[in-house]
Design a protein around this ligand. Structure first.
Ligand code: SF4
Ligand code: SF4
Length: 145
């Protein structure tokens, strides 16, 4: 399956990938409305890690044997073995955070308002994830390896 891979050597830490993710997962899909009118503001499903001049965007690896799926007590985290995508079914989520503790990459985030979690869904409505398309430096690559 295709996954999003970061290229640390050309990431400048501009956070445009996070902004693109927020807009893509907003109700309006409009950058101004998403940031200024939607309450709560949508949360990015990727995260730019920075230390000095080093930066890179991390998001779900859509693991072949996902620890988050094994840890989930309610069946809210599921692996679609046809597409390879690991999905979060919010209606089943109990907000126990077991998946957050199990994920070795630290890419599941809390949704404090809804008491559930948020993770990358690879933008199912798009041919290329929004973060990849938004990066001005091709510091995110969507490919099969
Ligand atoms: S959330 Fe973490 S454990 Fe689950 S599939 Fe993604 S990277 Fe793997
Ligand atoms: S927080 Fe939700 S998705 Fe995560 S393990 Fe608990 S029930 Fe499953």
């Amino acid at each position: 399956m295709k996954r999003v891979y970061p290229r640390e050597e050309v990431c400048i830490g501009c956070h445009l990938c996070e902004i693109a993710c927020i807009v893509e997962h907003s109700a309006s899909k409009d950058i101004i409305k998403a940031f200024k009118a939607e309450t709560p503001r949508p949360t990015a499903r990727n995260l730019v890690e920075e230390e000095g001049a080093i930066s890179f965007s991390v998001s779900c690896r859509h693991c072949n044997e996902p620890p988050c799926v094994q840890a989930c007590i309610s069946g809210a985290m599921v692996k679609d073995y046809q597409s390879g995508v690991v999905r979060h079914l919010e209606e089943k989520c109990m907000g126990c955070w077991s998946c957050i503790m199990a994920c070795p990459y630290g890419v599941i985030r809390k949704n404090p308002v809804r008491k559930t979690v948020i993770k990358c869904d690879l933008c199912p409505e798009r041919p290329i994830p929004a973060c990849v398309e938004a990066c001005p430096n091709r510091a995110l690559i969507f490919e099969e390896r």
